[in-house]
Ligand binder design. Sequence first.
Ligand code: ASP
Ligand code: MG
Length: 417
Amino acid sequence: MGLIVHKYGGTSMGSVERIQNVARRVAKWHAAGHQMVVVPSAMSGETNRLIALAKEIHPQPDARELDMIASTGEQVSVGLLAMALKAIGVDAVSYAGWQVAVRTDNAFTKARIQSIDDAKVRGDLDAGRVVIITGFQGVDSGGNITTLGRGGSDTSAVAVAAALKADECLIYTDVDGVYTTDPRIVPEARRLEKVTFEEMLEMASLGSKVLQIRSVEFAGKYKVKTRVLSSLTPPDISLAEEAVSGTLITFEEDDTMEQAVISGIAFNRDEAKITVMNVPDRPGIAFQILGPIAEANIDVDMIIQNASNDGTTDFSFTVHRNEYQQALDVLNTKVRDHIKAGDIGGDAKICKVSVVGIGMRSHVGIASLMFRTLSEEGINIQMISTSEIKISVVIEDKYMELAVRALHKAFGLEQAV
Ligand code: ASP
Ligand code: MG
């Protein structure tokens, strides 16, 4: 029998009835002889409600105090779930992050997990108890409560599974796995039975909202066997059926399956494009533009610079939309005059669409099929970036759904009928 970690998202914890269903599902695994650790999120909507309260007091709430408030949703969840388990005769105990302890750095609202003590949890498991640990929160070296960023319970669960060397981490959510693309945009999207960790990492960083990106990083680093599956199936379906449902994140070396060329189409609208015009084309210019941006702690994603004929060129890059205004301010105040550039233009009406697949490594022609498909739809590509296993393009925002649908079809990702 194994040590299993379950993670339940906000929707799965969304009401007393749903929490009781979670308890029944966990009890089923426990009754089969597994040692069980459960990491739930706050009830759906709760974290938003808490953050909104804080913002009513102050539009930019103090980060330490914000974490103090935002972390409470998970504390309610663990207590309720422990009670629900006890109510059906299963011994259970709940812990907040600091009680375990889940240690993090002190970057409030986006803290990173540094270590997890397993002693207390192991003691409870050996005594036959189900252990329920808050998602999303931890404690820094000064004893302050921290949170891991929105969606951080995924990361808590995978980190707990890594620390305990769990046999499997099951992420229960309101979708039944990872799809070739968002089924709300492409109804023919197909559930993937398996996806490699590298593809999942690309998909998470390119906009797929299924898992928080750091959770995928943890899964990769510690080789945590992770499965994404539905919490909406009846809680007492057979364990055998449940254990193979959803999508398993695999490590390429274990994967003997014939790999499709492309596994999925990811997209996001979170970025904005900035262009610095008439930049002198000389050594050091990229550093002079992007250095001050990095100093302001703004992450840059795609970058392009054209070749020049007349000694000047345009230099474009993308940043997160939340940091768009700040990036423009930095360029206007610290960069433009200094390097004697022309105007600074910006465009927030863009989106990024990507095709992802490790099969790309051994197939040629993926880029040309992608570009041909977009051109047939009359969609202009503004920027391109590639890695070994993905190609991303920036296009006008309003064509996003069209592009995703066309690419999904062109790469033959629809479900077989
Ligand atoms: N409750 C937190 C959030 O809404 C963490 C999570 O659900 O993963 O972001
Ligand atoms: Mg989530």
